[in-house]
Design a protein around this ligand. Sequence first.
Ligand code: NAP
Ligand code: ZN
Ligand code: ZN
Length: 351
Amino acid sequence: MDSFTVKAYGTVAQDIPLEEMHIQRREVLPKDVEIEILYCGVCHTDLHKSRNDWGGSTYPVVPGHEIVGRVTKVGKEALKYRIGDLVAVGCLVDSCRTCPNCQKDLEQYCLNGFTVTYGGTDKHLGGSTYGGYAEKIVVDEDFVLKVPENVDAAAIAPVLCAGITVWSPLRHWKVGEGSKVAIIGLGGLGHMGIKLAKGLGAEVTLFSRSAEKAADATRLGADHVVISTSDTDMKSVAGKFDLIIDTVPYDHDITPYMHTLATDGTLVLVGYFGDFEKKFSTLPLYMRRSVVGSVIGGIAETQELLDFCGKTGIVSDIEMIDIQNVNEAFERMEKGDVRYRFVIDMKSLKN
Ligand code: NAP
Ligand code: ZN
Ligand code: ZN
């Protein structure tokens, strides 16, 4: 298959920093769209995958799944986009499209495994898929999203992962006026969780370890802040929430949070998937409380969110960086020192 070379940033092994490299992209197929990448958000998953935190990373890893860019070429049968359109690509670039979940617009739960934007199997060129820390990407038009032109193109990039990951549970559990929602952790996902839950009309509480983030949480729209390390604070919200979205990236004890759910309340894990080494008590479940997991969202749901952002003006709070500073950004993210999403200005890749 015909391909072309683009500049990218990635890592060749788990203990090596990201560096400039060259990768191949396929020439557009009839249904493909070629996109020049303008901005790419930095997700905590980029760090996990680069460092092989979850095992199974295949190198080189070129991360990036919060991609915003302009269409530079379209295939003969690609009818949805024109050259120059502002578009986006999130965490998935393909799925089987035929299984019951794909048929219900739940490509993120494709029973045959969806193709992740980076680190998945490239069905066309073989090897791994490469993400948005690159000059260009080529994606089937059905997995390309339309970006509203009235919002800041850099600040909307994090919506493609951080945003949709919290939006999907907010919508699935029908959050609206009168809902009591809590978000655990004020990072990339957390700050979008506050904004979007508020945008849907909910009363929003932030659980944070970091008292110094309280003022920011209020500015972002939180009605209350609960310091999760304070027993008194935790007790003050016992039995309160209809929905809690837990964005903490590492193993932690969810039992104290379970006690803050109302009857029929649900705690949705989106941050950490793996064994709980920490204590997990089923005791709080007797009040008909649930714990579930959720990953990103489907293509239609992501478009719904982008349109909602266009209508409401909700975008991410970002700190723009050059790609040459991405390793430092990873280190700051690891320490929780990000307000609240790094976005790479991809112009810097030309330097
Ligand atoms: P992030 O920006 O680093 O934010 C995570 C926040 O969690 C931190 O700001 C911190 O908030 C809190 N935190 C960090 N370490 C903690 C610990 N050991 N104990 C308690 N709280 C801790 O990360 P992110 O980009 O939002 O991603 C969060 C997680 O979601 C990552 O694991 C990522 O891989 C995952 N993710 C999942 C999906 C999905 O589809 N399910 C999609 C995207 C990302 P405070 O300082 O306020 O406590
Ligand atoms: Zn992500
Ligand atoms: Zn499928």
